[in-house]
Design a protein around this ligand. Structure first.
Ligand SMILES: Cc1cc2nc3c(=O)[nH]c(=O)nc-3n(C[C@H](O)[C@H](O)[C@H](O)COP(=O)(O)O)c2cc1C
Length: 201
């Protein structure tokens, strides 16, 4: 399967919990486990892609000839994905604005009829439990189907050694289950699209 994995953090530099974003490490685990299971993963990291603050979503631009090529390339990648994955921090119980901003650039049609496997994380005991609800609402609004096996990584700053290697086998097990379920739903939807097509608009 072809996955697009959305990261959410733009934090750089040191803080009292470590250096840079813990999402980079969680995201690396998700990517590695998905690749081990034979999937392709394209990582959308807001630190790297550096989306500007939203001016207009693609579908609201009156003159399509002004749409920048990078936006069209990103849209194509979304359309060609079989499934989506999130690696989402919890900021004040909400979705980090960089993730919302990134997704807001694209029409729901770019995401529809594909499953999404959700991972959230935090340095506290909740593992991003509170952001799971708003995140599920947002991805559902965009047309993605949330799979039941979501992952919550609690105490994320205690889950990696100094080299950034994951030291929590249980976390990898939960990630594997989430990936396997997401791939299962992606295959089921693909099969159904082949036999029945897409619903009329
Ligand atoms: C703006 C901000 C708000 C935060 N709010 C929460 C929160 O609501 N719940 C929580 O458990 N941790 C919260 N934290 C702590 C994060 O869990 C921790 O900083 C984590 O490393 C953030 O992910 P990142 O390192 O990928 O940016 C917050 C951190 C930031 C920077």
């Amino acid at each position: 399967m072809r996955f697009v994995l959305f990261l959410s953090s733009t934090r750089v530099g040191s803080s009292f919990t470590g250096v840079g974003s813990w999402g980079d490490r969680v995201g690396s685990v998700i990517k590695a486990r998905a690749e081990k299971a034979g999937h392709e993963v394209s990582v959308w990291d807001p630190k790297v892609l550096n989306f500007p603050m939203l001016q207009q979503p693609i579908q609201m631009l009156p003159d399509k000839s002004t749409i920048p090529q990078w936006m069209m390339d990103c849209k194509k990648e979304l359309e060609e994905a079989d499934a989506f994955l999130t690696c989402c921090a919890e900021y004040n119980s909400q979705i980090p604005p960089a993730l919302t901003n990134m997704l807001d650039h694209f029409p729901p049609a770019s995401f529809r009829h594909r499953p999404v496997g959700i991972t959230t994380y935090s340095v506290s005991s909740g593992g991003g439990m509170r952001v799971q609800a708003p995140l599920k609402v947002m991805v559902t609004d965009l047309g993605m189907l949330t799979v039941p096996a979501s992952v919550k990584v609690d105490f994320v700053n205690k889950k990696f050694d100094e080299q950034g290697v994951c030291t929590d086998a249980k976390m990898e097990e939960y990630v594997d289950r989430m990936i396997s379920e997401t791939a299962w739903y992606a295959q089921a939807i693909k099969n159904h699209k082949t036999s029945c097509g897409l619903p009329s608009a």
